[in-house]
Design a protein around this ligand. Structure first.
Ligand code: NAG
Length: 296
């Protein structure tokens, strides 16, 4: 073979390798549950868009500290035990999972009443979650018989204590329970530091909105914070951003899809821990996920 054709082959090989090394392979996560069927659509409809790899159902907003746990799905259904109408979402969960989408229950949120007061409290909450949403059994499962893939920690209040105990307890059952967390981008997040240090979290979707490290005209603030977050032991880190510039989605942090694709994704996707993008939330994601999914 002539020297120049060997060179050509080598060049083609290098292009081939670099394509795979730098082509993004992330996914999109979102939150569903804080609106109603007419403005947000059902869970099955969210999954049927084909735009998401992960859907967090939010939120279990009351639990721990000896309180009766309570799911809050806003206008979707009535979660009070005496009139529970949320079990109908079991079929939706099954249909999402049949598409290969992981469905997690998000515990916490910006509003609610939740805290853990001891390692025993954490263990009790883990047992409650296992029996009522995961592989265990209970005759009052709020979302029916569907078995969720895991638990998302969206802890936005309290002391930061005992969430590591909860993470350990949830991963001690006889079936894999995926764990994710949604820390604020201000690093480190006091509510979730000890939990994340366990190294048990599969996905960390960092909230780059309503925070000083979110985008507000300068991508350096976002990238500086990102570089801190990729040092935490979580397996995959996601950039969490508002799904719309509508102030109802978030007060700050919106990045236009074209800017995200040209100014942010090429840099953050170089990290081996890059997992993709999280969009808050399904209600406001009218066009965003469709606009970016080929580039995430
Ligand atoms: C928990 O999160 C809230 C909201 O971000 C914050 O105000 C609070 O200081 C955090 N608690 C700790 C212990 O970091």
């Amino acid at each position: 073979m002539a020297f120049h054709s060997k060179l050509l082959l080598l060049l083609i090989l290098l292009l081939f390798i670099s394509h795979f090394k730098y082509s993004q392979s992330g996914g999109i996560a979102t939150y569903w549950g804080q609106s109603n069927d007419s403005s947000e659509g059902t869970l099955a409809e969210a999954c049927a868009t084909g735009n998401y790899q992960f859907v967090n159902i939010g939120f279990l907003s009351i639990f721990g500290n000896n309180q009766a746990p309570m799911l809050n799905l806003a206008g979707h259904c009535d979660t009070r035990p005496e009139s529970n109408t949320c079990g109908r979402f079991s079929a939706d969960i099954d249909s999402c999972q049949s598409r290969g989408i992981k469905v997690l229950l998000s515990i916490g949120g910006a509003k609610g009443s939740y805290s853990l007061i001891s390692p025993e409290d954490a263990k009790n909450v883990a047992n409650y979650l296992w029996n009522n949403f995961l592989g265990g059994q209970s005759n009052s499962r709020p979302l029916g018989n569907a078995v969720l893939d895991g638990i998302d920690f969206d802890i936005e209040m309290g002391t930061g204590q005992f969430w590591d105990d909860l993470a350990r307890a949830l991963t001690g059952f006889n079936k894999k329970v995926y764990l994710s967390a949604a820390p604020q981008c201000v690093f480190p997040d006091g509510n979730l530091t000890t939990a994340l240090q366990t190294g048990l979290f599969d996905y960390v979707w960092v909230q780059f909105y309503n925070n000083p490290c979110g985008y507000s005209g300068n991508f350096a603030t976002v990238l500086d914070s990102w570089n801190n977050w990729i040092t935490v032991p979580g397996k995959q880190i996601f950039l969490g951003i508002p799904a719309s510039d509508d102030q109802g989605a978030a007060g700050s942090g919106y990045i236009q899809p074209d800017m995200l694709k040209s100014q942010v994704l090429p840099t953050i996707s170089k990290s081996p821990k890059y997992g993709g993008v999280m969009l808050w939330d399904r209600t406001f994601d009218k066009t965003y996920s469709a606009a970016i999914k080929g580039s995430v």
